[in-house]
Design a protein around this ligand. Structure first.
Ligand SMILES: Cc1cc2nc3c(=O)[nH]c(=O)nc-3n(C[C@H](O)[C@H](O)[C@H](O)COP(=O)(O)OP(=O)(O)OC[C@H]3O[C@@H](n4cnc5c(N)ncnc54)[C@H](O)[C@@H]3O)c2cc1C
Length: 384
């Protein structure tokens, strides 16, 4: 550790774990260090509440975290720019349209993107859930389109991807469009695998099917989209489905930043990390959340709950590296509580192989989500 110059800690992305690091460094600054945050947007959007926003249950500000305000409390500098590469030989992060930034320690919490955006017509005609902030802003366009839609035909929505996010968006969008659109909405959820909610208990899947049937949402498995055009998608078997809104919620893949920078990655481009959350072979680089894959637990789902749990560990380990203390290992929990907002005041939930549903499950989800947000929504004055 060189005396004199402060040690530069650069946090790239204001994801679920980094908001904790900022909170922690605000409360317990490390003398002789300086924190910088590189974020591609000054407002971070909490994805867990996005389905509720889609349903019309929340306002945009309910799920927004002001990165600058949070950083100010930690006396951290903020650079609003997209990180484009990691120059490990010169310890620099390269940025889009801005000079590179030097690091002594860098940590990535930049999330993931959705797979399949390069299929013909998808970027032009589908609304992907990543970046999540853009998705949240563009949902109103769909509502507006549905309002203007001809009264004699249903407004057809196709949601691609039968994971937890896809299920929530099919239900919440249907609810919103039924109340705010032209009154006639037809929602289909398509999954390329043989079942929806892969990895989740059968009892949860059965509940989803029951609720979908009651709400007129069609769920179709073994359907792979190969292309999209204006107001239609084409499936692998040649079938063409008309749709006025196409929502893209396919599985997570990494942006190419790690592969292009020559860092060790898995087959989806996520950077490989050790149990200390340090990148394989790079002690001065950490990575957390969706963008990182644990070498010892490669099957860990890409879910915000893991990023949240990694927050305190990565914060402690950055601190330990700065002060020369030992680093502690992270072990992912074997299961986590999943709560799916159905947009009608009820939710489905699952934990430890059991499932549940009802208004109380939605109340629990709302309570947990709002509690998370209260921690990180910092008033402009800089107070908590
Ligand atoms: C509709 C929907 C609902 C979901 N609901 C849940 C849920 O209820 N529970 C759950 O556990 N998971 C949920 N997920 C999954 C969850 O969104 C992700 O697992 C979680 O966001 C990952 O957190 P993260 O901290 O890794 O990244 P993110 O939360 O994605 O944060 C990354 C941040 O980095 C920024 N960034 C990205 N690239 C760059 C770059 N190159 N330079 C600078 N900044 C960058 C982004 O703008 C973003 O602010 C949901 C996903 C969707 C789509």
């Amino acid at each position: 550790m060189s005396a004199g110059r402060p040690r530069e800690v650069v946090l790239i992305g204001a994801g679920h774990a980094h908001v904790h690091v900022l909170e922690d460094f605000a409360a317990h600054p490390v003398p002789g260090s300086r924190v910088k945050v590189v974020a591609d947007t000054p407002i971070a959007v909490y994805s867990g509440m996005v389905p509720g926003l889609v349903a019309g249950q929340y306002r945009p500000r309910d799920l927004e975290i002001d990165v600058r305000a949070l950083a100010r409390r930690a006396r951290a500098d903020v650079i609003i720019a997209r990180a484009t590469g990691i120059d490990t030989s010169n310890s620099r992060i390269t940025l889009q349209d801005q000079p590179p930034v030097h690091y002594d320690i860098a940590c990535f919490d930049i999330g993931s993107t959705v797979v399949g955006l390069d299929l013909p017509g998808i970027r032009e005609h589908a609304l992907p859930t990543r970046p999540i902030g853009l998705f949240a802003r563009r949902v109103d366009e769909i509502v507006e389109r549905a309002r203007r839609h001809d009264q004699d035909t249903p407004f057809q929505v196709v949601v691609i991807g039968g994971g937890a996010g896809g299920v929530e968006l099919a239900f919440t969008l249907q609810r919103r469009l039924a109340s705010e659109g032209n009154g006639w909405v037809d929602v289909a959820l398509l999954e390329k695998g043989s079942r929806i909610l892969f990895g989740y208990p059968e009892s949860l899947v059965r509940r989803v099917y029951r609720r979908a049937e009651a709400r007129g949402i069609r769920i179709r498995c073994n359907r792979q989209v190969v292309a999209a055009e204006k107001e239609a998608v084409t499936l692998g078997d040649g079938e063409r489905l008309p749709c006025q809104a196409l929502i893209w919620v396919t599985g997570a893949v990494s942006e190419p930043i790690f592969t292009e920078s020559g860092l060790p990655t898995d087959d989806r481009g996520f950077v490989r990390i050790r149990s200390t959350l340090q990148v394989e072979d790079h002690d001065d680089l950490f990575a957390v959340g969706d963008c990182a894959t644990l070498i010892d637990y490669p099957q860990t789902p890409k879910a915000g709950v893991y990023a949240v749990r990694q927050g305190p560990i990565v914060s402690d380990n950055i601190r330990a590296l700065l002060t020369g203390a030992p680093l502690r290992p992270y072990k992912p929990q074997s299961d986590f509580l999943t709560l799916l907002n159905l947009g009608d005041g009820t939710a489905l939930g699952t934990k430890w192989g059991r499932s549940m549903e009802g208004a109380w499950v939605m109340k629990l989800k709302d309570f947990l989500d709002r509690r998370f947000m209260r921690r990180f929504q910092v008033a402009e004055s800089g107070g908590p």
